[in-house]
Design a binder for this molecule. Structure first.
Ligand code: ATP
Length: 488
């Protein structure tokens, strides 16, 4: 016990004792020593343990009923705004009513006994659980949900691997919030309408004018309340992340991929955000199997094109011809923070075997031990590579890249670009990438669209030699040509 806490407790006892002496009426304020003797008596009495057990049982039943009903309703309320709006008045009604109203209702429904205190606890805790869980669902990272949509995750995976782990901080705060009120509401319920338990014994001691015992119960209830609060808070502060072993699975030979060789064509595409017209009758065609680049100023609508192609954003109207699976290398990684690298990759392709993952690790110059690491244990460059790895492991026909190499230092950028080119050479997927960086264009671009806004249009189109046939001089020629136009 800390020194100051001990001083505080001694002061309470001292003030209590002084008031008892001054008051000199044992029926109103007994001496501390008498109350402690009464507590010792209680500890020796088997009935006390029976009461304690009964009260704990009510707490556990109240907790589980509230959680089992509250969590699903909280999840539905978080997922559906209209359900939440319909349900909210009911929650507000419960939260605004005084506890005695529930006791009155419960006495009518269940009479005096076990279920009335449980019902009281439920009515106090249930709204807290629902509101916290629905808030948790609503604050799930939208970018992770977009990633899940692009990589076509099924509902089960979205719920188990994106929503549920996002809920953990909210479950913790719910436990913190209900830890005190759960105990108190059960005891109040017992005091007024119970047939057994610590609250009932407290009530009997009051009726018998046994002030020593009332004080003894009050102190014990406070101590037990603190213990149960600590226990619930203890659960809530546990770190739920567990390192998992990556088992060596039976390794099958990697699949042969037959890429779809159609071009991607966009015709008369229109898109506006409120009054902000981004695309108006926009036409473009991307060559399949090539690295297509969208180059242009910030804010003109390059990412919007990728988002429309991937389904993250809907088009207003227009036609899009696209055939094949789309993977996305996001600018901001969007790795799921509570899954390690292996699990992040498996999330988008359950069938991929360890052999294939290791093949990509080698191509991207990453060590095998990275698989057990979590995103926050990786450097910026490593995250970028894992982001690339995840998109490739999805086995897409088309990869969309949004400034995937931005914020990397030049030597890292060059290395990763080279590694990416090696993979694209092997896998032959189509790339549509967005960038502002002429360096990236000169190293990667085959079909380059220099864009301008607003609304978006193609200012100039370049066709460069296949990336695999280039040399440094050729890259310099491209860089010069692009810079000239950009600076005009
Ligand atoms: N979901 C959205 N809601 C409202 N406005 C949006 C949304 N997405 C994009 N915009 C707007 O559309 C315009 C184009 O944005 P977009 O991100 O496509 O540009 P960009 O060319 O990719 O820019 P940058 O190179 O800076 O990423 C911007 O004015 C942006 O504010």
């Amino acid at each position: 016990m800390k020194k100051n806490t001990a001083i505080g407790l001694i002061l309470i006892l001292l003030v209590w004792w002084i008031i008892a002496v001054l008051n000199n009426n044992q029926l109103l304020i007994p001496f501390p020593q008498k109350v402690f003797l009464e507590m010792v008596k209680l500890f020796k009495d088997l009935n006390f343990y029976g009461d304690l057990l009964n009260t704990f049982l009510k707490i556990i039943v109240g907790f589980f009923i509230s959680v089992f009903i509250g969590i699903p309703i909280g999840i539905i309320s978080g997922l559906s705004k209209s359900f939440f709006e319909i349900f909210r008045p009911f929650l507000m009604l419960i939260q605004s009513s005084p506890v005695v109203s529930y006791i009155a209702i419960a006495m009518l429904w269940f009479g005096i006994g076990f279920y009335t205190p449980v019902f009281v606890a439920f009515m106090v805790i249930f709204p807290v659980v629902v509101l916290n869980i629905s808030e948790g669902i609503r604050s799930t990272d939208k970018k992770l949900l977009e990633m899940a949509k692009v990589f076509n995750l099924d509902k089960k995976n979205i719920l188990l691997k994106i929503y549920f782990p996002s809920l953990i901080p909210f479950l913790k705060s719910t436990l913190n919030m209900i830890s005190g009120s759960l105990w108190k509401s059960v005891v109040v319920g017992e005091f007024l309408a119970g047939d057994r338990g610590l609250g009932v014994s407290l009530s009997f001691s009051k009726i018998a004018l046994n002030t020593d015992r009332v004080f003894a119960y009050t102190i014990l209830l406070a101590i037990l309340g603190m213990i149960s609060e600590k226990m619930l808070k203890g659960i809530s502060s546990k770190n739920l992340r567990r390192e998992k072993e990556i088992k060596n699975k039976i390794i099958k030979s990697s699949k042969k991929v037959n890429r779809i060789s159609e071009d991607i064509i966009i015709k008369s595409l229109n898109k506006k955000f409120d009054d902000n017209v981004i695309l108006s009758g926009f036409d473009i065609a991307f060559k399949s199997g090539k690295i297509n680049v969208l180059l242009g100023e910030s804010g003109i609508g390059k990412t919007t094109i990728l988002n429309i192609l991937s389904g993250i954003v809907g088009k207003d109207n227009g036609e899009i011809y696209i055939n094949g699976k789309i993977g996305y290398i996001f600018q901001d990684d969007r790795l799921v923070p509570w899954l390690n690298v292996y699990e992040n990759i498996k999330l988008v392709n359950e069938d991929i075997n360890l052999n294939e993952i290791i093949k990509y690790l080698n191509l991207l110059n990453l060590e095998k031990d990275i698989l057990t690491k979590y995103p926050d244990e990786l450097s910026g460059g490593m995250k970028k590579r894992v982001n690339i790895l995840r998109a490739i492991a999805y086995n897409p026909d088309i990869i969309l890249m949004d400034e995937a190499f931005a914020s990397l230092d030049i030597s890292n950028k060059y290395k990763i670009i080279k590694e990416f080119i090696n993979i694209q050479k092997k896998e032959k997927f189509t790339v549509i990438m967005v960038t502002h960086d002429p360096f990236e264009v000169s190293n990667l671009g085959e079909n380059v669209f220099l864009l301008e806004g607003k609304p978006l249009k193609i200012k100039k189109k370049f066709k460069f030699k296949n990336v695999f046939e280039r040399n440094i001089e050729y890259n310099h020629t491209i860089l010069y040509e692009i810079n000239k136009i950009l600076l005009d």
